[in-house]
Design a protein around this ligand. Structure first.
Ligand SMILES: *Cc1c(COP(=O)(O)O)cnc(C)c1O
Length: 377
């Protein structure tokens, strides 16, 4: 792979920088010189390329993963008063996307091993008002899609997949995004690949795809007539510069993923034997993780926040990852409180993300692990 142009400083370990090369510089140059900065062929090409890469029929590029999720919610028909079943262990965008439509979050606790929604607890949470299940492939580990889809079919619910952290992950031998329902990817700089800001909705449903393409472009109809707006839309378009960066990144994606697998293996080798440090769930025949962040879970004997502070002092950035969504201040209005989802809360209070990025060197993994080991003493 070409060397990165955004150099990683020698004496300061970053948390998760993107991998930018001369390919991306050239791509941006090409777009700027073309003068076509929006609604051009970079975006439509990226859409086709991503759809092909994941094995979905259609893909629509958006301005972020969050706006992609919002479009999935709108086209699923989720609206005022509807209930959406989801996981409280995620990035807030996976819940916010339906709060925008005044739907109500119904959280279901997570599985303590995969950190994904515990499918055995979903059915009890379904009511007459339930409209959809929004599952998340947290930290790139596939959720139990077969069970989720089966349950949704039985109860007449829509399925939305937030695969923002899971580009390249596989469930039962199929890439996420190709399972049939709407799935969303995100291209923020810390994701598997980046467009700066950007996202993508993938679907196998042509009508849904056309509706999404219209909605993200100010509600234009499928004929895309410039000033004809059959419905209320948004400007959620991806910029051409972003799309061109994305195309350059996508060509390197399988190498990125190989690098991530290698870095994760180095971490695993070094951290496996450490008392009180628990590693993330490993792959099995049905689940292949696409590494996104390197998270470890500390036993209760450790004060996770204190460990993070100590690591930071020694030049190793790490992050409490992720806080429970239902305990965020703005979620109080929905009546959730501490103790509602004990598994999620226990995981939230004991996990931390360590530096993890494409091209991370074995030497750097060593440094991080040495510092972690030392500070656990
Ligand atoms: C990153 C992320 C998003 C949102 O993506 P943005 O591009 O930052 O808007 C949504 N859900 C999850 C789980 C994410 O990690």
């Amino acid at each position: 792979m070409k060397p990165r142009v955004n150099r990683v400083p020698k004496n300061k370990i970053p948390l998760g920088p993107p991998y930018i090369t001369s390919d991306e510089l050239r791509a941006v140059d090409r777009v700027l010189k073309s003068g076509q900065l929006s609604l051009g062929e970079e975006t439509t090409k990226l859409e086709k390329e991503v759809a092909k890469w994941v094995g979905a029929k259609y893909a629509a590029a958006t301005s972020s993963g969050t706006t992609a999720l919002h479009l999935a919610v709108v086209t699923a028909g989720i609206g005022v008063g509807d209930e959406v079943i989801t996981s409280p262990f995620s990035f807030v965008a996976s819940t916010n996307c339906f709060l925008y439509e005044k739907a109500k979050p119904v959280f279901v606790d997570i599985d303590p091993e995969s950190f994904n929604i515990d499918v055995s607890k979903i059915e009890k949470a379904i009511t007459k008002k339930t409209k959809a299940i929004l599952g998340i492939d947290i930290f790139g580990y596939p959720a139990e899609w077969e069970e989720i889809i089966k349950l949704a079919k039985k109860r007449g619910l829509k399925v939305i997949e937030d695969a923002a952290e899971a580009l390249g992950a596989e469930y039962k031998g199929k890439k996420l995004g190709s399972l049939g329902h709407m799935a969303v990817f995100a291209f923020y700089p810390n994701k598997q690949m980046t467009t700066g800001e950007g996202g993508m909705v993938v679907t196998n449903n042509k009508k849904q795809y056309q509706l999404i393409k219209g909605l993200l472009n100010q509600g234009r109809g499928p004929d895309m007539q410039w000033l004809r707006h059959p419905y209320l839309g948004y400007n959620y378009r991806m910029a051409e510069i972003s799309a061109a960066i994305g195309r350059a990144q996508l060509r390197k994606l399988s190498n990125f993923l190989k690098s991530h697998d290698q870095v994760a293996k180095w971490y695993e080798e070094r951290l496996k034997g450490i008392e009180g440090v628990n590693l993330m769930k490993i792959n099995d025949k049905d689940h292949k993780r696409s590494w996104f962040v390197y998270v470890v879970r500390l036993d209760k004997i450790y004060d996770r926040d204190e460990i993070i502070r100590r690591l930071r002092k020694e030049g190793v950035p790490s992050k409490a990852y992720l806080p429970s969504i239902h305990l965020q201040p703005y979620m109080r209005q929905y009546g959730y409180k501490k103790g509602d989802f004990p598994v999620c809360e226990a995981v939230s209070s004991s996990t931390l993300a360590l530096p993890f990025y494409t091209g991370m060197k074995e030497k750097t993994v060593d440094q991080v692990c040495d510092k972690l080991r030392k500070n656990l003493k």
